[in-house]
Design a protein around this ligand. Structure first.
Ligand SMILES: [Zn+2]
Length: 283
């Protein structure tokens, strides 16, 4: 059974559009080389599941980057959806902060001026949305994001579980589509209320690998609303770093001339180590 995937679906002939992403092995692979506190792993895992849901709506060649930016103790949590099938993620934080962030709210974890920045690069265009990080949890933060940026009724459920170096997460998104007429819109009000009530019964363990198969869960929760899966993509961790790319970055630094005989660079995402000889940059 494929556990790492994202599915797109419709309810009630397209009145509601949804995405459901569940990550287990892929997010564990993405985080296993990092010595991050479990709370940071949980945030990255939830952001990644959410980001992959977003990419399901983007057709063609695209890249999406979701960043939670702050000051202290966590400066940055970043997930990079390379396409609709692969991603990588990383974080930077004060190594010696001695506060237990496990039960802290997002504004406390990211400190003053925290914000969510979501960027999509699509067909050489660059789209960016920024929202302030006022919400207590990531789930509330995205709810706020949709209200502000898309202005359509949205239900967001996000959860994660981190234990013994195994990480998993899930994101579940429902969006109400505009109706063709006013009378249809009124009918949809009732349906949306019904769907909201059904969604509220979904437990975090059901969204994660401890729950039923993803399509099965949709059938169980929305059985009278004819859920139809329209797209499915398998997901994996992937990094696109290379010696050539690192060398190009190093070349762009003016101070390159003053560098030591060789420079050791470790990729923030996958921890691959590159040793670049001075002669290779400045032959
Ligand atoms: Zn890498």
């Amino acid at each position: 059974m494929q556990t790492d995937k994202c599915i797109s679906f419709y309810l009630k002939n397209g009145m509601v559009k949804g995405h459901f992403c569940r990550l287990t092995r892929s997010i564990t692979n993405a985080l296993e080389n990092h010595q991050y506190p479990n709370k940071i792993k949980a945030i990255l895992a939830e952001m990644t599941a959410m980001s992959q849901c977003f990419t399901m709506d983007i057709k063609g060649e695209s890249q999406a980057t979701m960043q939670l930016m702050g000051t202290s103790p966590v400066k940055l949590a970043l997930t990079n959806s390379l396409d609709s099938q692969s991603f990588r993620c990383c974080a930077t934080f004060d190594q010696n902060f001695n506060v237990d962030i496990k039960n802290l709210s997002l504004p406390k974890i990211f400190g003053q001026g925290g914000k969510l920045v979501f960027t999509v690069d699509f067909e050489k265009q660059h789209y960016q949305t920024i929202v302030e990080l006022n919400a207590h949890s990531l789930q509330e933060c995205f709810q706020h994001y949709f209200t502000q940026s898309q202005q359509i009724q949205t239900i967001v459920l996000i959860c994660s579980d981190v234990k013994n170096n195994e990480t998993e997460s899930a994101a579940f998104l429902l969006q109400r589509m505009p109706a063709a007429s006013n009378s249809q819109e009124e009918e949809n009000d009732d349906l949306w209320h019904e769907i909201s009530c059904f969604s509220a019964t979904i437990k975090p363990y059901e969204l994660l690998s401890t729950g039923p198969e993803m399509e099965k869960l949709l059938d169980l929760v929305f059985k009278d609303l004819q859920p139809v899966v329209s797209r499915e993509t398998n997901l994996s961790f992937r990094c696109t770093c290379s010696k050539e790319k690192i060398m190009n970055i190093l070349k762009s630094f003016e101070a390159a001339e003053n560098q030591d005989e060789s420079t050791e660079i470790i990729c923030e995402y996958c921890h691959s180590k590159y040793v670049i000889d001075k002669n290779e940059i400045d032959p």
